[in-house]
Design a protein around this ligand. Structure first.
Ligand code: C2O
Ligand code: CU
Ligand code: CU
Length: 420
């Protein structure tokens, strides 16, 4: 959907969805019963997101990855009760990217996302409009939201029954809310905008043929040039855009995206008709970590630690009434995030900051891999790793930073930075 007279209407709703043939499952969705729309906006445009909570419980509308004021960010402070409406007005001040939105009420983020509240935001800019890339929505440019869920025998969600303090996982994969998905594409280059929308699970995407694909974008925009990859891992909250060249396969070939363990994530059906010899642009962006940023000293140190209910940032658990850090609007600071192992080794925490896109300066003192040399808002940090991020907020307000394993976030692995 696109703004009409500058307004995009987004309603959080509950309803029923036929996920399994002949069965209605109770679900949540935006502007519908399950998941949500793709909202398309342009850099420089001023838009109003006209949000309404039609659920029977409080929620918030959080714009993950959007450069927006703390007030508009939809974190736990911006709670909307049942029936409440809120206009969020902002000017799009970031380049082409695939962002997303989901609820963020304290204590029920994980459950509301689990039941289906998630949608996408595409930002386009003058650069993206002129690049040679597949860009026909639903033809050669597809959003793909990967989530795992557990259903009861009645094919319902029972979040409380399966909730896990280290992240709720399920035995059923949903892609764009569909079980046993298949995607029909043309014999051409196809752009897949991947979102890991799971509460806790990582996905590693690879082709069953072993062929490489090209990654063109990370969370917050294009990489400088397409990167050849044989696989890519996304932690919860992360996105990547990839281009798969289907023109080299016969229509009868079995082509699929597999997970790390070779489980099928998405099989493709190649349709002969849609042929289109597109030369992908080789220069996509001008992202760089500057020398100045590289030479800044660390001004914020965060230590991630724990598992289950005992998860901490700098030894503390989230408190709505405590501001953990402050930072000046427009200043770049280096945040050093250390994932401290525990006696059992520890676990990966996908670390996310609201209201901005950051640059990865180093991982354990080294240059990040080339596909992390682009705008990011969530970074997967392994136990024992230290990551330095260059973080700048363009707006003021209070912003969350947290582990994007949603149950960790809910168990207190979250803090607040106030931008003044
Ligand atoms: Cu997807 Cu607090 O964020
Ligand atoms: Cu966010
Ligand atoms: Cu975590």
């Amino acid at each position: 959907i696109e703004p009409k007279d500058g307004v995009v209407t987004i309603n959080a709703q509950q309803g029923t969805t036929e996920i399994f043939k002949g069965v209605q499952s109770q679900t949540f969705g935006y502007n519908g019963s399950f998941l949500g729309p793709v909202i398309r906006v342009n850099e420089g445009e001023t838009v109003i997101f006209r949000t309404k909570n039609e659920l029977a419980e409080p929620t918030t509308f959080h714009w993950h990855g959007v450069d927006i004021s703390g007030e508009g960010d939809g974190g736990p402070h911006q709670l909307l009760g049942p029936g409440a409406m809120e206009d969020v007005k902002f000017t799009v001040r970031q380049g082409a990217s695939t962002l997303w939105f989901h609820p963020h009420p304290e204590g029920s983020t994980a459950e509301q996302v689990y039941k289906g509240l998630a949608g996408l935001i595409y930002v386009e800019d003058n650069n993206s409009k002129n690049l040679n890339l597949p860009k026909e929505y639903g033809v050669n440019d597809f959003p793909l939201v990967f989530q795992d869920r557990e259903f009861t025998v009645e094919k319902q969600f029972d979040y409380q029954a399966v909730r896990n303090d280290d992240g709720t996982i399920g035995d059923t994969l949903l892609v764009n809310g569909t079980i046993n998905p298949k995607l029909t594409i043309g014999k051409e280059k196809v752009r897949l905008r991947l979102l890991n929308g799971a509460n806790a699970r990582n996905y590693t995407f690879k082709l069953n043929t072993g062929d490489k694909f090209q990654q063109i974008a990370s969370d917050g925009g294009f990489l400088n040039s397409p990167i050849e990859m044989s696989k890519i891992t996304l932690a919860p909250g992360e996105r990547a855009e990839i281009i798969v060249d289907f023109s080299k396969y016969d229509t009868e070939s079995d082509i699929a995206l597999l997970n790390e363990d070779d489980a099928i994530l998405l099989p493709f059906i190649i349709d002969e008709q849609k042929t289109n010899p597109l030369q992908i642009s080789t220069s996509l962006n001008d992202f760089a970590v500057t020398d100045k940023e590289r030479n800044l000293s660390v001004t914020k140190k965060l230590e991630l630690f724990g598992m289950g209910k005992m998860v901490y940032i700098n030894g503390k658990q989230f408190d709505m009434n405590r501001i953990d850090f402050s930072q000046k609007q427009g200043d770049t600071e280096i945040w050093e995030i250390y994932n401290k192992p525990d006696a059992m080794g520890g676990m990966i925490h996908p670390f996310h900051i609201h209201g901005t896109q950051f640059k990865v300066v180093s991982i354990d003192g080294n240059e990040p891999p080339v596909n992390l040399q682009g705008w990011k808002d969530t970074i997967s940090i392994e136990a024992g790793q230290t990551v330095k991020l260059a973080v700048k907020f363009n707006n003021k307000g209070i912003y969350m930073f947290h582990c994007h394993i949603l149950e960790h976030e809910e168990n207190g692995m979250m803090g607040q930075v106030e931008v003044i």
